[in-house]
Design a binder for this molecule. Structure first.
Ligand code: ZN
Length: 347
């Protein structure tokens, strides 16, 4: 592909967003609808009230990090029962995490992308799925979703390899979907062992290999996720043509130290001519600065022409403060109308 062709197809390429636990925490800093906190790995055990139970297991590592504890447990045959208790507690906790009635960053995130795009989440909680259900009332042209470590609100049909809401029936054969496993936090994760999870990773690889913009939101690519990172890097290298205009965008909390940017992201950005951009807030991301038009925005802004403008339609903290789905719908209506007539311009 020559450079003119690359410029021409650029806006049609996917935007991929990868979510980690930091995204759920950012969207719900005060906890879920019932005030239940969204834990990150390092404070997981105390958040789930498992400190006493785990503390009684003989020889267990003394830490609040579930990855260290669970990896250890998974290697101890004498503690199979204890491991199952911990697994059940994790599933139970995340099954009860509920989106508040008020609008959240997750709602805006889902609405900010289109069907050609994808949100891949490492999170077990069902917040993304719940936001998706709400935003479907505004439009059905929403991004694909991929669940890299399984999810409490997703069901799977092993016959047809379809997936959807856990309570739904398969749209192909009509059978009730089966709940999917959660991939628990062992250090050496096996993404091939379970069919559903392995299928999810294939979809992710496909998106990574084609995406022109990859936004990583609240996922720090810990060294223990080495297998995941290797898959990401390999898939990213698969495009075959130089990624002259491609961008890796990282959203981290305001106190995030740039020295802590994962080597995994530095490696990816090296393949994309060092186009690495760090955001301190999701509101500064391309998807919120130009909802449903992130790649069209970049195309207009720096690739096909040097337009220094901004989109007139943005998602801001005001949308959350105002907390009206109807207001959000009114805001993006001009974009939806243009989409209906096949016009994806930035307005
Ligand atoms: Zn089926």
């Amino acid at each position: 592909m020559n450079i003119e062709q690359m410029i021409e197809i650029y806006p049609q390429r996917p935007h991929l967003v990868i979510l980690g636990a930091g995204a759920s925490k950012d969207a719900m800093p005060d906890g879920d609808a019932n005030g239940k906190p969204l834990p990150v790995m390092s404070e997981f055990i105390s958040t789930l009230n498992l400190t006493d139970y785990i503390g009684k297991i003989e020889g267990v590592p003394k830490t609040d990090n579930i990855e260290d504890v669970y990896s250890w447990l998974a290697n101890q045959e004498r503690f199979v029962d204890e491991r199952i208790v911990v697994e059940n507690e994790i599933r139970e906790y995340f099954s009860n995490i509920t989106l508040p009635d008020t609008l959240t960053k997750y709602d805006l995130l889902v609405l900010s992308l289109r069907q050609k795009d994808c949100i891949a989440t490492f999170n077990w909680d069902g917040l993304l799925v719940q936001a998706y259900q709400r935003m479907q009332k505004i439009t059905t042209d929403l991004p694909q979703m991929v669940f890299l470590h399984g999810n409490v609100e997703v069901g799977y049909c092993p016959e047809c390899k379809t997936y959807g809401y856990w309570f739904a029936k398969c749209h192909k054969c009509g059978e009730q979907l089966q709940s999917v496993p959660l991939l628990y936090p062992v250090k050496n994760k096996n993404y091939q062992k379970n069919e559903f999870i392995s299928e999810q990773w294939k979809i992710l690889e496909d998106f990574i290999s084609k995406a022109a913009l990859i936004t990583i939101y609240g996922y720090s690519a810990p060294k223990t996720d080495i297998e995941a990172i290797n898959i990401l890097k390999k898939a990213f290298a698969r495009l075959g043509t130089p990624r002259y205009f491609d961008i890796i965008e990282i959203i981290e909390h305001p106190k995030f130290d740039t020295k802590n940017i994962s080597e995994a992201w530095l490696d990816l950005s090296e393949m994309a001519r060092d186009h690495l951009e760090l955001r301190r807030s999701v509101f500064d991301s391309y998807m919120f600065r130009s909802p449903r038009r992130s790649l069209e925005f970049l195309h207009k802004n720096r690739i096909a022409s040097s337009w220094w403008g901004e989109s007139s339609i943005k998602f801001t903290q005001e949308d959350i403060n105002e907390d009206k789905i109807s207001a959000l719908e009114t805001k993006i209506l001009p974009l939806l109308k243009n989409e209906d007539s096949g016009n994806p311009d930035v307005i």
